[in-house]
Design a protein around this ligand. Structure first.
Ligand SMILES: Nc1ncnc2c1ncn2[C@@H]1O[C@H](COP(=O)(O)OP(=O)(O)O)[C@@H](O)[C@H]1O
Ligand SMILES: O=C(CO)[C@H](O)[C@H](O)COP(=O)(O)O
Length: 545
């Protein structure tokens, strides 16, 4: 019998990655990456006001390029054995669409309007609106925030919609509905994008839009208009039900089948967020804590629903039945900047070089600077008098979302150089991780093991060793370089009926673990002291800055 394949597609912050996976044994038949062109040029973004927008054309062009690249090495016969495609994306990354489900920025009149584009997860322009959602929730008879950690975030659905409605009357008038990236791009491949026709991701709706069966779906019209009457009428143009990612969104449209060189009849699965599919790719099991360590971190944990019945974990990004693995409660937490904090420091150093010495010198430095800083910082001794920083360079996602918080450093003197600063930045990201782990444990959710995936987990032994020292637990790193895309391929195999459930797909297609970091006992005590300084600095910033 010939092999069958599925394609997993992972839309990250900067690029999309596609992998073609053999469904019998998980081996990779092809893989490719495509970087978003307009995003790379810095278009439609303004970091000074935390505005980060992505054009749907970037997604469409990169989708085609990455999938074609991943399929390039397959024969015609092998291509015809591709049976399913599933997609994960970042989120909450939302866009205003017309009645046909076309993002407004794909229409000529809104083509260059950032408010008509996808509002990326890390866009924090809606801080005020998030506060208003929280204020309305505090007054409401039903606490709609109870399954999203008790605090609504500016990274999420309703806050972003309200901010857009207040900012741009033209977009408001033309917006029939709104979609998450993972719903829209999966729908695009089926050729049916009408907002009221498509299936919506349980993962996206539950973690970001306060959808829950207990509320009969989305928050009530009364609640939404209590935040602002501008939200009136939108609820009925969104969705009532949601679907888990083992379900089928549709089959590939004839047009996309031809473009990609695939057979008609390829099943398109229901989409989800990157970290949720990534956790499946990393072979998550109950109470394993999977950290997706890239631009940001997303931490995912699943538990049997019946064991978590009365537990509400405060200050995380939600707990949703079936958001990761159908039949289990999926919990999410994370840090808004992880690798992005390192990238910020890289830019700080490379920026003047670019201005003074030109692009070539800057590009050389850019390639070398993070490995150099990591190598040198690894050699430094650790003392309780070292520089301490917070990890809130893009606000705090968890525990207890607050995107108005900033990063801060203490303990510098004239001997503080770039390497020492970098060490403090890496330690800050580890301390932020510890705060999350401690929160889960203190709220009654045990953690049986820690698994890491993502660019940082694969590229930086320094960061990973530091995290293990600070958390004082071993950390396993998954073998796959593309665990999120692999997880998506596993979901595609379930949606296409090749494997009966997620667990079987994990057993057949999982790639295992290739590295484990162990805490070094000699660092545990000093990191406890430094962590306590981190907490004091954090309290100071939170109450004074
Ligand atoms: N050598 C390195 N050490 C630490 N971080 C790194 C290194 N190289 C790249 N990174 C970080 O990895 C992040 C990208 O992670 P990746 O998982 O590839 O992408 P995404 O978050 O878009 O899915 C960037 O923020 C970058 O700063
Ligand atoms: O918050 C998210 C999911 O809930 C984002 O998708 C995520 O943080 C962005 O992922 P990455 O850092 O891998 O680009």
């Amino acid at each position: 019998m010939s092999s069958t394949y599925t394609i997993g597609i992972d839309f990250g912050t900067d690029s999309v990655r596609a992998v073609v996976v053999n469904t019998a044994n998980g081996s990779t038949a092809g893989a490719a990456v495509s970087y978003y062109k307009r995003w790379k040029e810095g278009k439609y973004c303004d970091a000074s006001i935390s505005q980060f927008r992505q054009h749907p054309k970037d997604y469409l062009e990169s989708l085609e390029e990455a999938v074609k690249g991943a399929l390039a090495g397959l024969s015609t016969e092998e291509r015809l054995q591709v049976k399913g495609i599933s997609i994960d994306t970042t989120g909450s990354t939302v866009v205003a669409v017309n009645e046909e489900g076309i993002p407004l920025s794909l229409l000529p009149e809104f083509e260059e309007n950032p408010h008509a584009m996808f509002i990326l997860w890390k866009d924090h322009t809606a801080n005020k609106e998030a506060e208003e959602v929280n204020a309305a929730a505090a007054k409401s008879a039903i606490d709609y925030t109870k399954y999203v950690g008790g605090i609504y975030s500016s990274e999420w659905f309703w806050a972003k919609i309200l901010k857009t409605y207040r900012t741009d009357a033209g977009v408001r008038a033309a917006a029939y509905s709104w979609m998450e990236h993972c719903d829209w791009i999966s729908a695009v491949l089926t050729g049916e994008t009408k907002p009221l026709e498509i299936k919506r991701s349980r993962c996206a709706a539950g973690h970001k839009a306060m959808w829950n069966e207990e509320f009969d779906g989305l928050p009530s019209e009364e609640f939404l208009t209590s935040i602002d009457p501008l939200l009136g009428g939108l609820r009925e143009r969104l969705f009532q039900d949601t679907a888990t990612s083992d379900q089928v969104m549709g089959t590939i449209s004839a047009e996309w089948a031809e473009t990609l060189g695939l057979a008609t009849g390829v099943v398109i699965g229901v989409g989800a967020f990157d970290c949720h599919m990534g956790a499946v790719g990393a072979e998550i099991s109950p109470y394993a804590f999977v950290r997706v360590m890239g631009t940001s971190t997303c931490d995912i944990l699943i538990a049997p629903n019946e064991e978590m019945k009365d537990t509400l974990v405060k200050g995380i990004c939600g707990q949703v039945d079936g958001s990761v693995v159908p039949g289990y409660l999926g919990m999410e937490a994370g840090q808004s900047a992880y690798g992005d904090y390192y990238a910020w420091f890289q830019k700080l150093i490379v920026g003047p070089v670019r201005s003074l010495l030109g692009e070539e010198a800057a590009a050389q430095l850019e390639d070398k600077i993070l490995p150099y800083l990591s190598e040198e910082a690894f050699k430094l001794p650790v003392s309780e008098n070292d520089v301490v920083a917070t990890d809130w360079i893009n606000g705090r996602r968890t525990p207890d979302a607050n995107h108005t918080l900033k990063a801060g450093f203490i303990g510098m003197n004239l001997s503080t150089d770039a390497v020492k600063m970098f060490k403090a930045i890496v330690e800050a990201t580890s301390f932020g991780s510890k705060a999350i782990v401690d929160r889960f444990i203190s709220q009654g959710v045990p953690i049986k093991e820690v698994i890491a995936i993502g660019g940082v987990a694969k590229k930086s032994p320094f960061v990973m060793q530091n995290l293990s020292d600070v958390l004082n637990v071993p950390i396993k790193v998954a073998t796959s370089d593309q665990a999120c895309a692999l997880g998506a391929a596993m979901f595609a195999a379930v949606a296409a009926g090749i494997h009966p459930d997620v667990k079987t797909a994990q057993e057949k297609m999982g790639s295992g673990f290739d590295k484990e970091y162990y805490p070094r006992p000699e660092y545990v005590e000093v990191y406890q002291k430094l962590y306590s300084k981190y907490q004091k600095l954090g309290n100071f910033i939170e109450t004074n800055a």
